[in-house]
Design a protein around this ligand. Structure first.
Ligand code: ATP
Ligand code: ATP
Ligand code: MG
Ligand code: MG
Ligand code: MG
Ligand code: MG
Ligand code: MG
Length: 256
């Protein structure tokens, strides 16, 4: 485009390139989802349909941005991990955050009716986003462990809270009853008063969702119409522990 007298305003834009050589995490989180879940009468403590919609929205991000190595989701949030070597959008924070947020949000809205066919979408879901750099793999793993521990703590608390509320207690009394209780107390309460074995609650709720790319054999139709088998990268949603070493040893390509 021809230069104009107004061109100089471009120099007001600030450089927001993320540090080179660091892992990048882009995290999105639903705005006011406590209210949003009430408004849409989602199941408590965990609505599996809404979680599956979150996973589908995260898959769309991974398909649109092949540089994303791994994603971890729980509740109304998802974290997307980019490797230290990524050059995507020159590592510009605002480009990366805004594109991930809009891809995620647009997919969430576009596919809502597929996952919650009985529930009309009554308001506009919004997600915030941030970018954080982590200087090495150890800190990146601590970040992911932090999110998965959060999943566990919230899920155990919410399992107890909603068991009490569904059992007839009012919400303030249920919070009061759980104040200061240890994990062991909560496990015991669930088991002795409600017959719920915490470890039998679905892994999706206890462990969150981890999205990765895996090599897999897929059936492909050849030009002559016959079927063959080919190795391809495919997206996979796992509900497993990512705190211990086993997951990382099983998937070394994630951190190469
Ligand atoms: P903020 O705008 O600050 O993020 P928020 O209300 O979204 O506010 P969060 O800390 O993000 O607060 O918590 C998310 C809320 O959404 C929690 O109350 C959580 O229980 C609820 N929630 C998220 N996903 C589900 C789901 N699939 N089923 C039931 N409840 C959910
Ligand atoms: P980038 O991802 O870098 O933004 P881009 O293809 O979106 O790439 P832009 O500089 O943003 O590039 O240009 C927007 C393009 O979309 C132009 O080609 C413009 O003509 C076209 N476009 C946008 N809105 C309309 C519209 N309402 N009708 C027709 N063409 C449009
Ligand atoms: Mg929040
Ligand atoms: Mg939120
Ligand atoms: Mg949240
Ligand atoms: Mg433009
Ligand atoms: Mg454009």
């Amino acid at each position: 485009m021809a230069k104009s007298a107004y061109e100089y305003v471009r120099t007001f834009e600030q450089d927001d390139r993320l540090l080179p050589g660091c892992w990048i995490v882009l995290r999105v989180d639903g705005k006011g989802f406590t209210r949003f879940c009430e408004e849409h009468k989602l199941e408590k403590p965990n609505d599996g349909r809404a979680l599956a919609l979150m996973d589908a929205s995260a898959e769309a991000v991974m398909l649109a941005f092949p540089d994303v190595r791994l994603a971890f989701g729980e509740s109304d949030e998802y974290s997307f991990v980019l490797p230290p070597s990524t050059k995507l959008y020159g590592r510009r924070a605002s480009k990366l955050v805004s594109l991930v947020v809009s891809c995620f949000t647009a997919t969430y809205v576009r596919r809502w009716a597929e996952f919650l066919p009985e529930t009309p979408l009554l308001s506009t879901p919004m997600f915030d986003g941030r970018a954080v750099c982590y200087p090495n793999l150890a800190v990146l793993r601590d970040y992911l462990s932090w999110r998965q521990v959060d999943t566990h703590i919230n899920n155990l608390y919410n399992a107890c809270f909603w068991a009490l509320v569904k059992g007839g207690m009012d919400q303030a009394a249920a919070h009061e009853r759980l104040k200061g209780t240890l994990s062991s107390h909560k496990n015991e309460l669930l088991f002795s008063e409600y017959g719920i074995n915490y470890n039998e609650i679905p892994a999706r709720f206890r462990k969150g969702s981890t999205l990765i790319r895996q090599r897999a054999e897929v059936r492909v139709k050849k030009p002559d119409g016959s079927w063959g088998v080919r190795e391809k990268w495919v997206l996979q949603v796992l509900h497993v522990d990512i705190i211990g070493n086993q997951f990382w040893e099983e998937h070394p390509h994630l951190v190469e």
